[in-house]
Ligand binder design. Structure first.
Ligand code: 6GU
Length: 269
């Protein structure tokens, strides 16, 4: 069981994403609890102002310290409670990763504060936040979508959230390689056929083929991941085969070798 408390200026944004798919089931099974808190409700003045002009001038608005301090107070004494982490979602944070998701999943409670506007009053960072996270090197209008990404990726590590056959630990990404290609019926769709090996019933051959295609895809699309992953002796043999094939026959992945751009667009499966 993990509990998320999300502090946001836009509570409405969280209505549908957490009410669909696996996350809703996880909430119904009481494996994941999600509480949304409207920062504006904790603003002291009658206009419910949660942001203000920056000291020293310049453009943009800055999130005020008081409403966030009060919102944090309202969800209980968090400071010294172990198992609790207060996280600010901001493009200046540490880059989020599969490893970070697994690490966060060991906490009992995560408080996610969604940053907005040009930034937050530095005193929030200094006194109210334990850790800062960014989900990538691009700028979003606010931390809300990033908070949803974190909730989703972390929840997958809570036992019972994924079905039996799935497990976050055995995700190929956790292992450092991209997934092998998957197929389902029909075996023949017009001229498009499923690789023969997958219909062979020979499990050793299938396993070898999958490992090889996983390596091939990672080599083509994410050589950075391949360089960091621990490869077995068998993997090294498979990579040699891939290298040799690259110079001779056409493989599904090598068809796009001429275009790095294409690979980039294809993205992660
Ligand atoms: Cl956490 N917030 C914003 N505003 N932009 C981002 C981000 C977070 N992570 C990547 N871009």
């Amino acid at each position: 069981m993990i509990r998320f408390d999300i502090l946001t200026l836009f509570p409405g944004m969280f209505e549908s994403p957490f009410q669909s798919s696996l996350l809703q089931k996880a909430r119904e099974k009481n494996l994941v609890e999600i509480h949304i808190h409207d920062i504006r409700a904790f603003a002291a003045d009658k206009h419910r102002m949660a942001d203000d002009y920056p000291y020293g001038g310049g453009g943009g608005m800055v999130m005020k310290v008081e409403p966030i301090a009060k919102a944090l107070e309202s969800i209980g004494p968090l400071e010294s409670a172990d198992g609790v982490l207060r996280v600010l979602l901001t493009p200046q944070g540490e880059l989020f990763s599969q490893e970070k998701a697994r690490e966060l999943s060991r906490r009992r409670r995560l408080v996610l504060v969604c940053g907005h506007y040009e930034g937050v009053d530095e005193r929030i960072r200094e006194h109210l936040i334990d850790s800062e996270i960014s989900i990538g090197d691009y700028v979003l209008t606010g931390g809300e979508l990033a908070a949803m990404v974190v909730v989703d990726a972390v929840s997958r590590y809570i036992p019972g959230v994924l079905g039996n056959e799935e497990s976050a630990a055995s995700d190929s990404f956790s292992e450092g390689l991209l997934e092998y290609p998957q197929y389902t019926r029909p075996a023949v769709f017009g001229e498009w056929v499923v690789p023969e090996v997958l219909l062979s019933g020979n499990h050793a051959r299938i396993e070898r083929w999958r490992r090889k295609e996983s390596l091939r895809r990672t080599l083509r699309r994410r050589p950075d991941l391949l360089a960091r992953s621990r490869l077995s002796e068998e993997d090294k043999i498979l990579l040699k085969e891939i290298e040799a094939e690259g110079k001779t026959v056409q493989s599904p992945e090598s068809r796009v070798t001429s275009s790095q751009e294409e690979d980039g667009k294809a993205g992660l499966d």
